[in-house]
Design a protein around this ligand. Structure first.
Ligand code: IZC
Ligand code: ZN
Length: 409
């Protein structure tokens, strides 16, 4: 943490404001603009719309540039072995995601590669990816396990996430996702795999404090609503907070389950039902984390973001970075997709990729907006207005990135 105070001056600082709960409906568009920001001891100390007058504090002149809170990516699968470019010809020949999955490709092929990889190589690869995320403006990121699916490799993955937390200048949130798929050795015995997770893996992870959240891939052919509920009940008893991959391909009712069980977030939602939208629009309902990079890459439909926003759902955006359905970690591209295909407004996009994303990983007390007292995590852009980075694409528009008042990029 930097103890030296400075004023970020001559800037166009756009930030949502934290009112203690995720932003819903019209509130998610109520972003404010400031000209100057005072950083003290790595925190936001004061904001000014017109500029601070006559203070003898060093100034960092932004030359009129756009400044936003550091981006928060609340859904990634960033620790994995191998890659899956071999699936593209199959996809282009007409195979869909679940066909490849059922044929033992997809997640199972990444599981084989992750089990075979040593910790050092997995750590090195994840580190390089996280550095690239930082260069693209991300200061907080969530990472899931789920390419181990056995005791040893799930622990190995979560220990790698812990090493990343200790070695990277980034705010990293750890999620256990043993329920990402049914491993080959449990094929035809989902109940046995669930029991193994609940009795053997989860208590150990809770004991070691290796994960804050537990996530389940609730999908036809993966984990059913009832199986998901069983895993969540056990996880909650062990102290995990909960997230769900819901209604990604088939409308199973994952959003409704998320609302009923008061999860922290419900993610994907490309196939969410009207009842699911309704359930997520209630005050206190989970944050809906939308992943348009996955729709793009699977060449599928996009989540009905406009209907969700207009119904009062709290919407966040994430990359879903993973080697199969979204091999991109570029949150800027996600923002482009949110503008063009989710039809979100620039202010809604900013709130979704910062404050609501911070709520989706339970980090809003410290990050996600430039409110007084929060960490001074911000991005200075090669842009002078909020629309510009949403309009350009395929190019990194970040000029510099600060974490807790320190320049990291
Ligand atoms: O490796 O295919 N959907 N999990 C659920 C994924 C996509 C990641 C993958
Ligand atoms: Zn995912």
């Amino acid at each position: 943490m930097s103890t030296d105070a400075f004023i970020l001056s001559n800037a166009r600082i756009f930030t949502p404001h934290d009112q203690g709960v995720p932003l819903r409906g019209a509130k998610s568009a109520s972003v404010r603009e400031y000209r100057e920001l005072l950083v003290e001891e790595g925190r936001v100390a004061e904001l000014s719309e017109s500029g601070f007058k006559g203070r003898n504090i060093p100034r960092l002149d932004c030359g009129g540039a756009l400044v936003t809170p550091g981006l928060v990516d609340p859904h990634t699968h960033a620790v994995y072995g191998g890659s899956r470019e071999n699936e593209l010809p199959l996809k282009l020949a007409g195979a869909d995601y679940m066909e490849i999955h059922r044929a033992g490709g997809g997640i199972a092929s990444t599981v084989r590669a992750t089990r075979a990889a040593n910790s050092e190589s997995l750590l090195e690869k994840a580190k390089n990816d996280l550095k690239e995320m930082q260069r693209l403006g991300v200061t907080t990121v969530e990472i899931k396990s789920g390419y181990g699916l056995d005791f040893e490799t799930e622990i190995k993955t979560l220990e790698i996430i812990r090493s990343l937390q200790e070695s990277m200048d980034m705010n990293i949130v750890s999620t256990f996702m043993g329920a990402h798929s049914i491993p080959e050795e449990y094929k035809g015995n989902t109940a046995g795999y669930i029991e193994f997770q609940i009795k053997e893996i989860m208590p150990k992870i809770a004991d070691m404090g290796l994960a804050e959240f537990c996530d389940v891939f609730c999908e036809e052919g993966v984990f059913s609503i009832e199986e998901t509920r069983e895993i969540f009940k056990a996880a909650r008893k062990l102290g995990f907070k909960l997230k769900i991959h819901a209604d990604e391909i088939v409308s199973l009712g994952g959003a409704e389950l998320a609302a009923e069980m008061k999860l922290t977030s419900a993610d994907h939602l490309m196939a969410v039902s009207d009842a699911g939208i309704q359930a997520l629009s209630a005050p206190g309902a989970p944050v809906a984390v939308l992943l348009p990079g996955t729709s793009f890459y699977l060449r599928q439909n996009y989540a009905p973001a406009r209907r969700m926003l207009d119904s009062g759902v709290a919407v966040a955006l994430a990359s879903d970075y993973n080697p199969g359905s979204c091999p991109s970690l570029n949150m800027q591209f996600i923002l482009n997709l949110a503008y063009l295909y989710l039809r979100m407004r620039p202010e809604e996009i900013l709130s979704a990729a910062t404050l609501n994303a911070a709520y989706a990983v339970d980090r809003a007390k410290r990050v996600g907006s430039l409110d007084v007292g929060k960490d001074a995590d911000f991005v200075i852009w090669n842009a002078d207005n909020l629309e510009y980075p949403l309009y350009r694409f395929g190019q990194n528009l970040v000029k510099s990135v600060y974490r807790q008042g320190r320049k990291i990029i």
